[in-house]
Design a protein around this ligand. Structure first.
Ligand SMILES: Nc1nc2c(c(=O)[nH]1)N[C@H]1C(S)=C(S)[C@@H](COP(=O)(O)O)O[C@H]1N2
Ligand SMILES: [Mo]
Length: 438
């Protein structure tokens, strides 16, 4: 059974004294089901506050630390600006869609999805003693330190879309458990790294290689240091693809603590859960990797359409690979108004795990007619594409603007929430905004 993801606010609400004791690590009840907070509270709080807490033992009992004393929407996440907090433990925060208007997503606006605690090394920001090991189905297992990884291989810079497989989960009915992401578990930041293929080639991939699984240094919420938080990965063909990278910089700075310092995997086009953060080990497997959150219903969907709410046998669930075509409207926000006779400037981004987006269309009449928006090419494969359009409305009134991207395979975004699945993945329904013409 997976432990329930229980947030700090929820805990303080239910039992402030106990919450305080558990969070600050003063009292530990080994029989308690909440014992998972043991010893992790301070680390993750320090990560969130962005500093260590020297007087933690002096804080009076029962009060929530001042940094967290506001409502969850004002929760301070160091280095982040304007994100919506979905869960503080583990930290999960999405980006309001209008903040995704930038050409490439700034670190302050990039969503965060953690399954466990941020490792101490990332909080300290030191590569001292860090290594990445590569073993399994290779001729020469490798252990690389940070210098070797960043200097011995050719570096590449890419803008890459990272989208959580559960982005849009909030749209499914019946609802699925897990973070209720709306539109903002996606971003397209700029990264610098080396090709995973080059590192794999140095180790010499054996013919028996099928999959590459990752292990990170993040800490399990149970407090059990031997338990991997999440250990997913990619098929060997994806691992050897020249656009799959091991990155160490994001937007021109060292990879931030929350995004996987010092090195993370980037497997663009795949659900972001394939892009392991805080890497310490890559294991080349002779079978499909079976690490934490690779099996069961995790990041899997039924291989045939199912009736909403049904139980699907695990043997009928398949691993999600390429993410579906999708787009967002980043300007204006929903509820915009425009004077009759004036054009409304719209813009946003479109992307697809299958490759290029080839068309972007808008409708103001609930999908009866469509106009083509201007769509720019991607800066590099798997970066998102900017679309723009000046819309005109025939008369005053209430309108909905619907936005639909089509990729090079001919697939377009559906008008309604597609294919219900037990964990609420892959909702690429069109975004709609309300516009009033006065
Ligand atoms: N080690 C590790 N890697 C991880 C995760 C994690 O919890 N631990 N979360 C995954 C998931 S589910 C997502 S959506 C992305 C989120 O990346 P971000 O926080 O940089 O946006 O990281 C992925 N890689
Ligand atoms: Mo995710």
């Amino acid at each position: 059974m997976t432990p329930k993801e229980r947030g700090l606010f929820e805990l303080y609400e239910a039992d402030p004294e106990r919450a305080d004791a558990l969070v600050w690590g003063r009292v530990v009840d080994p029989n308690s089901r909440r014992g998972f907070l043991r010893g992790l509270g301070l680390t993750s709080m320090a990560a969130a506050v962005g500093a260590s807490l020297p007087f933690s033992d002096k804080l009076p009992g029962g009060i929530i630390p001042a940094a967290f004393a506001e409502t969850p929407k004002d929760f301070v996440i160091q280095g982040k600006d304007g994100l919506t907090l979905l869960n503080d433990r583990p930290l999960n925060a999405e980006t309001p869609v209008t903040l995704l208007d930038e050409d490439f997503t700034s670190t302050a606006h990039h969503f965060v999805r953690n399954n466990g605690g941020v490792p101490q090394r990332a909080i300290d920001g030191s590569v001292e003693g860090w290594t990445l090991s590569l073993d399994g189905e290779v001729e020469r297992p490798l252990t690389l330190d940070f210098q070797q990884l960043t200097r011995d291989f050719q570096s590449v810079e890419r803008a890459m879309v990272l989208e959580c497989g559960g982005n849009g989960r909030a749209g499914f009915n019946p609802p699925s458990t897990g973070n209720q992401w709306t539109l903002g578990a996606v971003g397209c930041a700029q990264y610098k790294g080396v090709r995973l293929a080059d590192v794999l080639k140095k180790a010499g991939v054996k013919k028996s290689a099928v999959y590459v699984g990752y292990y990170g240094e993040d800490t399990h919420l149970s407090g059990d240091a031997t338990k991997p938080v999440i250990s997913r990965g990619v098929p060997i063909a994806k691992a050897l693809h020249p656009e799959t990278l091991l990155v160490y910089e994001m937007n021109g700075a060292p990879l931030p603590a929350l995004h996987g310092f010092p090195v993370r995997l980037m497997a663009p086009g795949f659900p972001a859960s394939a892009s392991g953060k805080w890497l310490k080990r890559l294991w080349v497997r002779d079978q499909v990797h079976d690490g934490a959150k690779m099996t069961g219903t995790s990041y899997r969907v039924p291989k045939y359409p199912v009736k909403p709410g049904v139980e699907v046998p695990e043997s009928d669930m398949v691993i999600i690979e390429n993410m579906p075509v999708k787009s967002i409207i980043t300007t204006p926000g929903t509820g915009a108004s425009v004077q009759n006779g004036q054009a409304l400037a719209l813009r946003g981004h479109a992307w697809s795990g299958a490759g290029d987006v080839t068309a972007m269309h808008l409708s103001i009449d609930f999908g009866q007619t469509w106009v083509a928006a201007k769509l720019e090419p991607a800066r590099n494969p798997w970066a998102w594409q900017r679309w723009t359009h000046n819309l005109r409305f025939p008369q005053p009134g209430y309108y909905e603007v619907w936005a639909r991207a089509t990729d090079h395979t001919g697939l377009a975004q559906p008008m309604v929430v597609p294919g219900w699945n037990p964990k609420g993945y892959l909702n690429n329904a069109m975004q709609r905004i309300a516009v009033t013409v006065a």
